[in-house]
Write a protein that binds this ligand. Structure first.
Ligand code: ISE
Length: 332
């Protein structure tokens, strides 16, 4: 049976998810593209063959012709819209973060537990990226010995106009937080945040985080949202016996004018194209099979908890220790 999707949000990620579902994922149809900006919704519906456009997200979520929902609205709407999906009993793929507030993530978990079904997947697509999967498998094989450190770089060309300084931690870094927890198979203990130039530096300055895990590893994360030269996400896992790099796909290397040149993408979509495709495919299959996959609401909570602590650490200049709630059995 075809899975009929409601797409909430027609911005950069809503457009990309709609394109991926229409071009690359079998067994789905786009029932609605929903956005307050109807021109944007219309444009995406026209290019993806979606059946309808709409402006009212709650009406789309509750519509009888919608089987499952993708949320790609701005961050502050993620949790309220996810709660509406849970109330309607519909599976939802919610873009990261699940919410910028850990309390809202707890509300989502409470609602999901009460509903009794695993309905929420958070869009931490890196768990499906071939380079992340391979590095995790190398670690799992035992070849590297115990993991000691993970170095992560996260660079964007330029922060979007609506970005505020702390969003390097609340919006960009959650990818790193989730990937590190997943890769190292652990949880976080504390976070310290530094900025070249100190706490009074320009809000567009890079942030440099050091996260300690409960199992003793150190994760350092640079988020530089105004790096200028290209979208560049890299990482190196350091184990007792060796290291493994997270490589970005390189499609061509040009030899020109005494130089060897590769090209950076302008943003994350080309770098993580395969990760998004695999994630969306896995989400659809998980709905069909009833076996949840990817990051769940608990994972969303854990990423938000450390992000929230990171924002506090940025402003206070001190290390912040995490104080998570007990993990509900539902998420074991
Ligand atoms: C953006 O929201 C994303 O999700 C991208 O993957 C990330 O690289 C970027 O920093 C975020 O702002």
């Amino acid at each position: 049976m075809t899975l009929r999707l409601g797409m909430i949000g027609a911005g950069i990620m809503g457009a990309d998810h709609a394109r991926i579902f229409s071009e690359q994922i079998p067994g789905v149809s786009l029932q609605f593209i929903c956005d307050a900006d109807q021109t944007r919704a219309r444009n995406i519906a026209d290019t993806t063959g979606a059946a309808n456009i709409a402006a009212d997200a709650i009406a789309v979520i509750n519509h009888k012709s919608v089987d499952a929902v993708v949320i790609a609205a701005p961050d502050q709407f993620h949790a309220p819209l996810t709660l509406a999906c849970i109330a309607a009993g519909k599976p939802v793929l919610c873009e990261k973060p699940l919410s910028p507030s850990s309390q809202e993530c707890i509300n989502v978990m409470d609602a999901e537990i009460k509903q009794g079904q695993h309905l929420v997947q958070v869009g931490f697509m890196r768990r499906f990226d071939p380079s992340y999967v391979e590095v995790k498998n190398i670690l799992k094989s035992g070849a590297l010995g115990k993991a000691l450190m993970l170095h992560c770089f996260h660079r964007n060309v330029a922060a979007p106009a609506n970005f505020e300084g702390f969003m390097a931690i609340s919006n960009s870094a959650p990818h790193e937080f989730d990937a590190a927890r997943w890769m190292l198979d652990t949880d976080f203990k504390s976070i310290s945040v530094f900025r070249p130039g100190g706490v009074n530096a320009s809000p567009s300055a890079p942030v440099f985080m050091v996260v300690e895990t409960i199992t003793g590893q150190l994760v350092n994360i640079e988020v530089n949202n105004n790096a200028g030269y290209g979208y560049d996400v890299r990482g190196e896992l350091v184990g007792e016996k060796g290291t493994a790099f997270l490589n970005a796909p390189v499609n061509a290397v040009a030899n020109l004018a005494l130089k060897q040149v590769t090209t950076y993408a302008e943003d994350w979509r080309p770098r993580f194209a395969e990760a998004y495709r695999m994630q969306n495919l896995a989400w659809v299959k998980s709905i069909q099979s009833g076996n949840p996959t990817g990051s769940n609401a608990w994972d969303g909570y854990c990423a938000t908890l450390v992000a929230e602590a990171g924002v506090k650490a940025l402003y206070s200049g001190s290390t912040v220790h995490l104080d998570p709630i007990a993990k509900p059995k539902f998420y074991d």
